[in-house]
Design a protein around this ligand. Structure first.
Ligand code: MFK
Ligand code: FAD
Length: 499
């Protein structure tokens, strides 16, 4: 007997099917730039649902393993990853997922081009965007604070398109004593007299992308007698370390104690490890580790937005396609108003978040190009980075949870792909600063970067332009009221803050 067979949802070209993205790009990109990058995005939009998706699934199904000892009892601390993970790294280099942002061929739009490719890649790649984000942040930090040697060496590796030359990099801040409040860090960096380097000792409690070649880390400066040079976060500096010897690939005075047993991001190697005198090169001034490493944080936070928005888009794509294939109570779900209202809510959250991502990326791109940047660009970028990260992370958790329900019971099954999307995005509200910590960062940006004024100006502008749209005429009175209210709040906050 032949039983009913439900058709599975199908993923089409992730660029061409993304109608809201296509509309948005028409709005924000000059024609010549859009036309020059479109063929690549179209090709990549297809690739991410073909070999890249298969490689991502293979990585997910074979999580990294730590082999601590060889057969003879020698400590080796080898992390074994699935071969597909290494291939994803090679593809990342060839596709220019870091380099596009540094070649800057599209000038102020280079970041948008780079981040659109990562947006397409993220949900197919088993979160390979995690090592890419930290490599991107590392490259920018070296561009800003690196010596000539670092710019000739690791920087070139980070931005290489040649898989044999391409290196990834980690960002190690979190210790057992605190991830949000790094002032409690116990890791020390002792200056080696007569040499422009320090030896680093300490225990790092979360280190993702541990198979990378390098890392940027925080450590407390000590003099040659081991006495700490400063207290709290003001005593911390940022250091560049080489995790492995480039020739032998042996760990560089590092012991890996444990692989983390995680709820999601299963393919990403995250470990607890100990530095036992690893040589480190200070980046930026002594005691300025937090503001120096913030140039990585502010980039990885944007990558977090990319991952969250990419997750929402993937869930909407799967649920929408399914709605055309599933029949309930005599008609397709795509004709069912109640189901459509659920999809519409998901789509709305996705669109708002995509707008956030495009806004913050355009500002970031502009901020890097001399002559295009301005103090209001920088202030706006400073406030929108934590705000977009905290908002989109929470929304992606909500949307991916809804995505599971949209596919019914099968959505709850591992091989439907939906549980992985939820698990992987659950961490976006924790790593790179939790929601509460980022709320405080929004406040910090208001106090120290004068970001409230340009932020409210842009909200006002947006509300004004919405109120002139024909289809929103009915609500223009409400919009005018909102503008008045925002102006009133701004005035009060400015007065209270003496600004
Ligand atoms: C898939 C895509 C995503 C991939 C993710 C990759 C894997 C995950 C990797 C990680 O999770 S890495 C660890 C991430 N850890 C964090 O995000 C730490 C969260 N905690 C904070 O952000 C705290 O707010 C902070 C550590 C910054 C608090 O440090 P302090 O030193 O107690 O704060 P303080 O005194 O307010 O700031 C010190 C200086 O840094 C100030 O400058 P000044 O000394 O000149 O006044 C601040 O203005 C500056 N600063 C702080 N945050 C900044 C910043 N500057 C620019 N941007 C920021 N975001
Ligand atoms: P805590 O800082 O102890 O926070 C606990 C709770 O307190 C949170 O809910 C937080 O929001 C809240 N809280 C803290 N301060 C305040 C406050 N002032 N007001 C109100 N509430 C507050 N770190 C790295 O350095 N490198 C990595 O590669 C890395 N990879 C990671 C990978 C994964 C999968 C995970 C889960 C974490 C990773 N982390 C990494 C660590 C991550 O950045 C930290 O877990 C995060 O910053 C939170 O720090 P914590 O775990 O110490 O929690």
């Amino acid at each position: 007997k032949e039983y009913f067979q439900q058709q599975a949802p199908h993923l089409g070209n992730q660029y061409l099917d993304d109608t809201y993205l296509l509309e948005t790009l028409k709005r924000v990109l000059p024609n010549n730039i859009r036309e020059s990058i479109e063929p690549d995005l179209r090709r990549f939009g297809d690739r991410v649902v073909k070999d890249i998706l298969e490689l991502g699934r293979a990585s997910e199904n074979n999580s990294p393993k730590l082999i601590q000892y060889d057969a003879w009892g020698k400590r080796i601390d080898k992390i074994v990853v699935d071969e597909s993970w290494n291939i994803l790294k090679d593809i990342s280099a060839q596709e220019g997922l870091v380099s596009i942002g540094y070649e800057r061929k599209q000038q102020e739009y280079s970041r948008l081009y780079q981040y659109l490719k990562i947006y397409l890649f993220a949900c197919s790649s088993a979160v390979f965007d995690c090592p890419l984000s930290m490599t991107d942040g590392g490259a920018r930090l070296l561009e800003l604070h690196g010596s000539k040697d670092l710019l000739e060496g690791p920087y070139k590796h980070f931005i290489s398109r040649d898989p044999k030359q391409f290196w990834t990099s980690g960002q190690w801040m979190t210790e057992k004593s605190g991830g949000s409040d790094v002032a409690n860090s116990e890791t020390t960096a002792t200056e080696v007299l007569g040499k422009n380097m320090s030896t680093i000792e300490g225990y790092k409690y979360f280190t993702s992308a541990t198979t990378s070649q390098t890392a940027i880390i925080l450590a407390r400066d000590c003099d040659s007698n081991g006495k700490p040079c400063g207290e709290g976060s003001r005593g911390l500096s940022a250091f560049y370390i080489q995790i492995r010897d480039p020739q032998t690939q042996d760990l560089n005075k590092i012991k890996i104690h444990k692989m983390k047993n995680k709820f999601g991001t299963k393919a990403v190697p995250t470990a607890e490890l100990e530095l036992l005198g690893t040589p480190g090169l200070r980046l930026g001034p002594k005691g300025r580790g937090v503001p120096v490493i913030a140039s990585i944080l502010n980039i990885t936070r944007i990558h977090n937005v990319i991952h969250s928005v990419s997750t929402m888009r993937r869930c909407v794509a799967l649920a929408r396609d399914f709605s055309h294939r599933r029949v309930v109570f005599g008609s397709k779900l795509s004709e069912n108003l109640l189901y459509l209202s659920t999809l519409a809510e998901m789509e709305l959250e996705f669109r708002a978040s995509l707008q956030f991502l495009v806004d913050v990326t355009l500002l970031f791109g502009r901020s890097e190009i001399a002559g295009k940047s301005s103090s209001s660009t920088d202030s706006l970028l400073r406030i929108l980075t934590p705000l977009s990260k905290l908002y989109t992370a929470k929304q992606s958790i909500k949307v991916s949870s809804e995505g599971i329900e949209c596919l019914g019971g099968t959505g709850y099954m591992e091989d439907s792909d939906m549980p992985r999307l939820l698990r992987d995005t659950q961490v976006t509200s924790i790593w790179e600063g939790t929601t509460n910590v980022l709320s405080m960062d929004v406040w910090r940006s208001i106090k120290t970067n004068n970001s409230l004024k340009p932020f409210l100006e842009i909200i006002n502008q947006r509300l004004q332009s919405v109120s002139t749209l024909k289809q929103f005429q009915f609500s223009s009175a409400i919009i005018q009221d909102s503008v008045k209210l925002i102006n009133e709040i701004t005035k009060q906050v400015m007065e209270q803050m003496d600004m």
